[in-house]
Design a protein around this ligand. Structure first.
Ligand SMILES: C[S@@+](CC[C@H](N)C(=O)[O-])C[C@H]1O[C@@H](n2cnc3c(N)ncnc32)[C@H](O)[C@@H]1O
Length: 353
């Protein structure tokens, strides 16, 4: 009896010790984002690349005009988290340290995920996180008090508009390449594709390059398309998807519906269904499909994080489970749909009239 009590007490102590260790992770959870922002602003990844992929600490600190000891500590932190590698691995020999890239550190460049990280760590986005509890407890969200919804705020601030468009483009490049690579059949037989809420047109530019038989219409708010890069095969059209959607063989919606409420999504989807051919048209939705409980997978943490982004930054947006997607598609009047997973955080839902 005594031995059993002792073992239970030890078990409880061990659980408490593990919990205390775990909570430190959360106490400093903001740090990785801050350190990545620092690495991106200093252009560490690009600098290592410019030096042939390997650079000694003194050369790196000269190139970046940084104090070697602070830079060494930043690099030590980054290396611990899998960004960059160092050689030799002998401690206390700072001057002989040489840094090389890893697959993760390469993503800190502007062609990687740097623009996305810069958006997430921008002061305007951080302000929203400070108001998360208010937004959860508020009965209805007063977007007017925040200067309009996310897109109205972007329209009023060209620098923030650029941060958003660049961030979306960085995700679009990876997501679109993954979809074309894994599911090329999605675009077979399509000669004209309308990307609704297409941002700066990166998804269509990637598609037209890979599938030159497709002509694209990039449809977004005027403030977005007016600064989008021009590309052969892609027309830029400004407008409001709640009012009208341009005609095409198919409509593409990536990371658009998750910004809106169910009622708003149904309106958008009906507008999209109205402009595609009844017999052979389709709406291609690229979004997270949240898996719960036993169905959770390697993307679940990111899906749940994205869902928190929706509460913090969007008025009524949310990430949806398959059941929630089914509800929207049925309500909008689609008769058939399929879901394809990709190695990216988004799945492809093809919906037919
Ligand atoms: C999260 S971003 C996604 C951009 C792009 N589809 C991508 O995945 O890179 C949502 C886009 O919806 C656009 N949007 C918001 N309201 C819109 C409206 N009423 N009509 C057309 N586009 C709109 C925004 O300007 C923004 O570019």
């Amino acid at each position: 009896m005594e031995a059993k009590k002792k073992s239970q007490a030890n078990e409880k102590k061990e659980e408490e010790r593990a919990a205390l260790l775990e909570i430190w992770k959360y106490a400093f959870a903001f740090q990785p984002l801050a350190v990545l922002k620092c690495a991106i602003e200093l252009q560490i990844s690009e600098t290592v690349e410019r030096h042939g992929g390997s650079i000694a600490l003194p050369d790196l600190s000269t190139a970046l005009r940084c104090s070697p000891s602070a830079l060494h500590r930043i690099m030590r932190y980054l290396i611990h988290h899998g960004f960059f590698q160092q050689t030799p691995t002998i401690p206390h020999q700072e001057s002989s340290l040489c840094y090389t890239q890893t697959p993760l550190s390469r993503l800190l460049s502007k062609d990687g995920m740097a623009p996305f990280i810069l958006l997430q760590s921008s002061p305007a986005e951080l302000v929203s996180w400070h108001g998360l509890s208010r937004r959860v407890s508020a009965n209805g969200v007063d977007s007017a008090a925040r200067g309009g919804d996310a897109w109205e705020r972007a329209a009023a601030d060209p620098d923030h508009n650029k941060l958003i468009n660049d961030a979306m483009a960085s995700h679009a490049r990876f997501a679109m390449s993954a979809i074309i690579d894994q599911h090329p059949e999605v675009f077979q037989g399509i000669t004209s594709l309308v990307d609704v809420g297409g941002g700066d047109g990166t998804a269509l530019r990637t598609l037209v390059k890979a599938c030159p038989w497709v002509r694209g219409v990039n449809y977004d708010r005027p403030q977005v398309v007016s600064v989008a890069p021009l590309c052969h095969g892609v027309d830029q059209v400004g407008g409001d998807m709640f009012e009208m959607v341009p005609k095409g063989d198919a409509v593409f919606l990536m990371w658009v519906l998750h910004n809106w409420s169910d009622e708003e999504c149904i309106r958008i989807l009906r507008n999209c269904m109205g402009v595609i051919p009844k017999n052979k048209g389709k709406v291609i939705i690229v979004e997270a499909v949240v898996k719960e409980g036993e169905g959770e997978d390697e993307f679940s943490k990111i899906h749940l994080a994205l869902d928190m982004v929706m509460i913090a930054h969007m008025e009524k947006g949310k990430e949806r489970t398959f059941k929630e997607w089914e509800y929207l598609l049925n309500e909008a009047g689609f008769t058939k749909y399929t879901v394809k997973d990709s190695w990216n955080i988004v799945s492809v839902i093809e919906a037919y009239p």
